[in-house]
Design a protein around this ligand. Structure first.
Ligand code: ZN
Length: 204
């Protein structure tokens, strides 16, 4: 039987025997994540935005292109309990911590959960253009080798979000980040094994 016909966990999408969903409780982060994705992206087994949705609690998803998506984005931007920012893959960007200190509110971080090619297109949507851009300060190695990266420094959604949470000094995140990252590594390993891929270590 090939892997495509095996029964999969609906959450982590691994074949049932490899499911990683047990013994994990979602973490409530002070900063909110607004994932911008598409129905097509979500169906891809190696999509990592989905992992964030079961590991984090303060997260919502907007499907770009679906009916009413712009209204949803607008609502997220205008809510008063957070400062909206977008996690931007390339400089120039602002320092998220400085924005926080200045405005005294946690961030609502918009994250594009898609390929680099789509992300570039989505970033030009007028509704997203006026958001303050934040980025990652440190260059980190990608531990995700399931898809071909067209841009070397483009981290998968999962790693980009956990890295930004750590950099922002998110309250209590340090105590769960090890466990979260270990789950991620296991998940990549299981999918790679299914696909007969070998582990590559990427250096930047
Ligand atoms: Zn599972």
């Amino acid at each position: 039987m090939d892997n495509s016909s095996k029964e999969r966990c609906i959450q982590c999408r691994l074949i049932i025997q490899d499911c990683l969903c047990r013994d994990i409780s979602a973490f409530w982060a002070e900063h909110k994540i607004t994932l911008l994705t598409s129905k097509k992206e979500e169906r891809i087994i190696s999509n990592t935005g989905r992992l964030l949705r079961w590991m984090l609690e303060n997260i919502s998803t907007v499907y770009i292109g679906e009916k009413g998506w712009e209204k949803e984005v607008e609502w997220e931007i205008t809510r008063s309990d957070y400062t909206p920012v977008i996690l931007y893959p390339t400089p120039p960007v602002c320092d998220g911590q400085i924005i926080m200190e200045k405005l005294g509110k946690p961030l609502n971080i918009f994250v594009l959960d898609t390929s680099w090619k789509n992300a570039r297109r989505w970033l030009h949507k007028p509704i997203l253009m006026n958001l303050k851009k934040i980025g990652l300060k440190t260059d980190m190695p990608s531990g995700y080798y399931l898809r071909k990266h067209s841009v070397e420094s483009y981290l998968c959604t999962f790693q980009a979000v956990t890295a930004v949470m750590a950099e922002l000094g998110t309250k209590d995140f340090a105590s769960v980040s090890f466990q979260i990252n270990e789950k991620f590594k296991l998940w990549v390993k299981s999918l790679a094994r299914e696909r007969g891929l070998t582990i590559k270590t990427t250096r930047h």
